[in-house]
Structure formats: C-alpha cells, structure tokens
Design a binder for this molecule. Structure first.
Ligand SMILES: C[S@@+](CC[C@H](N)C(=O)[O-])C[C@H]1O[C@@H](n2cnc3c(N)ncnc32)[C@H](O)[C@@H]1O
Length: 210
C-alpha cells in the first residue's frame, strides 16, 4: 500500500507478510468499524457467532484475529463468556478493548506460536482473518494446540482462499485430531453491498478437538 492510499479491502487482500498486516491495520483501526463493517454491510462476524452458539459453543473462548472486536460483541450477545482476543495489530486490539467485551487481549501472530498454554480454551473462533493475504491453513495446528479436548473451533475461511490454499487437504490431514467437521458456506456481506465482492462466500469450518 502506498502512503497516500486509504486502507481498504483491496489493500488487505494484497498483503504478503505479518509486517504488512501490522502496517495496514495500524492505519485502518480507527475507521475500520465505520468504513468496512458498517460501510460494506459486513455480516461475517454475526455468521460465525451464530454457528458457534448453535453448536453449543461455550467459554472460555479465544477470538483469533479479533481486530476491532466485532465478533466478540456478537458472541457476548449470544451469552458466550468469557472471551479473550488476540491479533497481530495492537492498534486493532486497542479498538476492541474499548468495546469492553473481552477479558484479556494480547498481541499474537497466528503464523507463529501464541503465548497460550496447551488446552486453554473451550472454544476458538475467528471471522475475516483466514482470507487472501492473511492467514493460511498451517495455523490450524496452533489453534488445536491451545484448544481443550472436546472444545469447538469455528473459523470463517474465505471460500476462494479455502480452495487456493488447500484447507480441505489440511483438514483431511488433521482427521485423527478432530471430529464433527461441518463446512457450511455463508455470505460475507448483506444485501446493501453493491461492490464486486457482494456475492463472496466464506466456509465456516466448525469442528471439535478430539
Ligand atoms: C479483516 S480483519 C478481521 C477482524 C475481525 N475478526 C472482523 O471480523 O472484523 C483481519 C484481522 O486479522 C489480523 N491479522 C492479520 N494477519 C494476522 C496474523 N498473522 N496473526 C494474527 N492476526 C492477524 C489483522 O490485524 C486484522 O485485525
């Protein structure tokens, strides 16, 4: 992204490295909820929260790639608690903290080891972070490490990213460590979105750690 270009979905999809993400989201944090969430009719956080709650998901939950905390807000409305948040961007987490729905917020890079002991969480959720230019399937190993046996993972994965990055093959390789895999595909945006992305779908990968 050049310095005079406002942060947007195109710039986010073109990210290549964790440092690129830190830079872009530092610029985007203060306007993200208004410009992207409200401005594009983004509904993916609501989809993930509903699927997690429908599966009987319970806290303690970790929201990975939590950003400004819109998923945590909806999860709390579903009665899920406590919720922790992690993200590579401290600026995004500062916005999330202001929503007062998270118990603990900490920076972490999903492409590396998270500062979390094995088996800590009964649920791991994510919306909008497994997508172009962001996080790929290798992070699933780390998310399983921090999940307690029997815990539920509920992760949105951009449907094109799912195909391009080999998430199906990764999930096949994890078959001995997971059960109850469901892969519904749901819209990322509501009807008010009139952009080229208005029909974009996400796989909501939902499974238990055995
Ligand atoms: C499109 S935003 C989604 C935020 C929020 N979950 C939502 O639904 O609005 C993607 C988030 O992923 C975070 N992110 C990108 N790469 C990451 C990484 N390697 N580890 C952790 N978080 C990352 C970004 O900082 C950003 O907050």
């Amino acid at each position: 992204m050049t310095k005079d270009q406002a942060p947007n979905l195109g710039a986010a999809y073109a990210l290549r490295t964790p440092d690129d993400s830190r830079r872009l989201y530092a610029d985007w944090a203060s306007s993200y909820d208004r410009d992207f969430v409200a401005g594009s009719g983004y509904i993916l956080h609501g989809q993930v929260a509903r699927v997690f709650a429908d599966q009987g998901g319970q806290g303690p939950v970790l929201d990975v790639g939590a950003g400004t905390g819109v998923l945590g807000q909806v999860l709390a409305q579903h009665g899920v608690t406590p919720i922790d948040a992690t993200d590579i961007s401290q600026d995004m987490l500062d916005q999330a903290q202001a929503k007062s729905v998270y118990r603990r917020l900490f920076t972490g890079d999903l492409t590396e080891r998270l500062p979390v002991p094995d088996g800590t969480y009964c649920g791991v959720v994510s919306s909008g972070t497994f997508t172009h230019g962001h996080v790929g399937p290798d992070a699933l190993d780390e998310l399983l490490r921090i999940t307690a046996a029997g815990g539920i993972l509920c992760l949105s994965i951009n449907a094109e990213h799912y195909e391009a990055q080999g998430f199906a093959e990764k999930l096949d390789g994890l078959a001995s460590q997971i059960s109850d895999l469901q892969l519904p595909q749901l819209p990322i945006y509501g009807p008010e979105n009139t952009s080229d992305h208005r029909h974009d779908l996400a796989v909501i990968a939902t499974f238990r750690k055995t």
